[in-house]
Design a protein around this ligand. Structure first.
Ligand code: JHZ
Length: 388
């Protein structure tokens, strides 16, 4: 493992209170120590990358599970490695979302658009769609305001659309935002009074059930349930009107919300801690993964270089001795190394014929297994390491 990495002062803040209900911070229930940033793919094997504390605690009042430390969003998101359209199942997923909600002529703002796959799907169905996205290095398929969501972005979006938005989407964004109430306040300002807000995020309920500790990384500041998110919406003057369980990212929630009406106060769902079940499942995987990989040593490679592989492999201390290489469909990641490891990332066409492929992007196991050559068995690390 790489031991030379450094913690960078001034780029990381310690959380003082719950970002939703203001409850003071508590002791973390899981502390993974100093970890590399999940998308910090290096060009040299074992190259020193910055490391930051990574630990999670659970708020008492609203039940929000969250990180103890907040890395500067500029460091995390202005130069970004993940590209939505490199995962074809996500392209289909966003086409489905647009198909469900697009209206011809509707004004749509997508926040945290990445390469604009989702707003482009709305535009293809006749909506007028724009993006608000801070990454400078990723080309966007629709007109884009290159900023984090703030007052300036709101007013630029209103200018561009010549009015407020009928639909605002934020998929895999709310968990990434430190000032979540401020963010939802901007959503409320940008949204027309009869408009709708659609948000998706990986469901803490599903993460906990699977013991998916690999979903814990610096970009994911919050591990949201419907209960904690409903609490945040209410604080921002928004009201949930529909909840859907969707399969992406190992199980996500999609919420449809609208501006709250005068004097409307939504009842808050109750929350029961999921931490004990999460810890039991996560610890079982942490113990079993090295044993599983030892049993396949010399006969196994990996498939995918998702952000969550950084946590998985660094927390369990798996390096190229046990996983000699992985493959990935993202051109930017190819030729680099999984952060904090010396595991190289090759193009998908260079998987070769290992006897077994450990699918690090286990959320796409079904699709990836179909691509494996004959004679290569697929395996997943989560939930619990096993051959499929
Ligand atoms: P994937 C992303 O995390 C990014 P990641 C982000 N941090 C977030 O919040 C979560 O989603 C929710 C590759 N691949 O989607 C592409 C293949 O090689 O699991 C990706 O590098 N072949 C914003 O990075 C990776 O796997 C394939 O056939 O953990 C998948 O990354 C497919 C389908 C994917 O998310």
């Amino acid at each position: 493992m790489v031991l030379t990495d450094t913690v960078v002062a001034g780029q990381c803040l310690v959380a003082q209170a719950c970002r939703i209900c203001g409850d003071p911070t508590r002791e973390p229930f899981l502390d993974l120590g100093l970890m590399p940033l999940a998308n910090d793919y290096q060009t040299e094997p074992g190259a020193g990358c910055q490391r930051f504390p990574l630990a999670v605690w659970e708020g008492g009042k609203c039940g929000l599970v969250q990180l103890t430390h907040v890395v500067s969003p500029e460091v995390l998101f202005e130069d970004y490695a993940y590209v939505t359209s490199c995962s074809l199942p996500m392209v289909d997923h966003f086409a489905g979302l647009a198909g469900q909600f697009a209206v011809v002529g509707a004004k749509v703002v997508d926040i945290g658009s990445n390469d604009g796959t989702l707003p482009a799907a709305f535009a293809a169905l006749g909506s007028i769609a724009i993006a608000i996205e801070p990454a400078r290095n990723i080309e966007c398929k629709v007109p884009k305001i290159t900023r984090f969501l703030d007052e300036v972005a709101v007013s630029e979006a209103i200018d561009l659309l010549r009015g407020k938005a009928d639909i605002i989407t934020a998929t895999n964004v709310c968990a990434h935002v430190d000032d979540l109430l401020g963010f939802l306040g901007h959503v409320r300002t940008l949204l027309a009074d009869d408009g709708h807000f659609i948000a998706e995020w990986p469901d803490w309920g599903k993460i906990a059930a699977a013991g998916a500790f690999d979903q814990i990384y610096h970009e994911h500041l919050s591990y949201l349930t419907f209960a904690s998110f409903a609490h945040a919406l209410r604080e921002a003057g928004l009201q949930a009107v529909q909840l859907q369980h969707i399969p992406v990212h190992g199980g996500s929630l999609r919420i449809l919300a609208r501006p709250a009406r005068p004097n409307e106060i939504a009842p808050l769902p109750t929350y029961k801690s999921l931490v004990p079940g999460f810890m039991q499942a996560a610890e079982a995987t942490m113990t079993e993964l090295p044993v599983f990989l030892e049993s396949w040593k010399g006969r196994i490679a990996a498939y995918g270089a998702p952000a969550k592989a950084t946590t998985l492999l660094n927390a369990v201390k798996i390096d190229e001795g046990l996983l000699p290489y992985t493959v990935d469909s993202t051109p930017f990641k190819v030729g680099r190394y999984i952060p904090g490891t010396s595991i190289p990332i090759r193009p998908e066409s260079e998987l070769g014929n290992p006897e077994c492929a450990l699918i690090l992007a286990w959320n796409f196991a079904e699709e990836i297994v179909r691509k494996l050559p004959e004679g290569t068995r697929g395996a997943v690390p989560i939930p619990f390491p096993r051959v499929l």
